[in-house]
Design a protein around this ligand. Structure first.
Ligand SMILES: [Zn+2]
Length: 207
């Protein structure tokens, strides 16, 4: 649950405010996440170079690599071959289209992450999960730009009955015939690229 706490904005130095408030993305100029690390998380030292990758602390020797995190997403088709498209209910890309997915949790396989995300977001059990491909993505959240590797899978659902949306994340959905997809309406370029790849492969198989 997000909440605002304006009192902090007056009492705390700007650096702390960055992490503690929930100012919408549109009110901040997003920065690569490596540039938001102004202090060493281990000893509190301010490094001579901010924005380097890896982060290196001259005082205690701590290093941190700002590598991409893993995320998964599923191109889910129903028995008629229509694709499940979600309408996003949160930023980034609120109101734009997406497909089910999210960040991998530590200890999960990508397939487990995707099955969990599909269950959480739409309440469906996906089957026939197959790896499609990966595309780099950038996730802009609370003023920080996080590098992400998106792993895409195709999956099927035998029944769409019992679909149940996680309303904090998704406000609506539709099953869309491949030829009717509005790719320009998707929030993330990586989703568009994956759907294009899926459409190419599907038409090659059919043609
Ligand atoms: Zn340090």
């Amino acid at each position: 649950m997000l909440c605002r706490c304006p009192a902090f904005e007056f009492r705390l130095p700007r650096m702390t405010v960055f992490f503690m408030t929930t100012t919408p993305d549109s009110e901040q100029t997003p920065q690569p996440v490596r540039e938001t690390w102004k202090y060493c998380p281990r000893c509190g030292n301010a490094p001579q170079q901010i924005g380097e990758n890896p982060f290196q602390c001259e005082a205690c020797g701590h290093r941190h690599f700002f590598g991409p995190v893993s995320a998964v997403a599923g191109i889910i088709t129903d028995a008629a071959g229509r694709i499940l498209v979600l309408i996003r209910n949160r930023d980034p890309g609120r109101g734009l289209f997406g497909i089910p997915g999210g960040f991998c949790d530590p200890g999960e396989t990508a397939e487990q992450s995707l099955a969990r995300e599909i269950r959480e977001e739409v309440g469906l059990e996906a089957t026939a999960m197959k790896y499609l491909g990966s595309f780099p993505n950038e996730y802009v959240y609370r003023g920080a730009i996080l590098p992400v590797t998106d792993l895409f899978f195709t999956a099927e659902v035998s029944s769409t009955q019992g679909i149940c949306l996680q309303q904090e994340e998704i406000c609506d959905y539709q099953f869309c015939a491949p030829q009717d997809l509005q790719l320009e309406q998707f929030a993330f370029q990586s989703n568009r690229r994956a759907l294009e790849l899926f459409l190419e492969q599907t038409s090659a198989t059919m043609g």
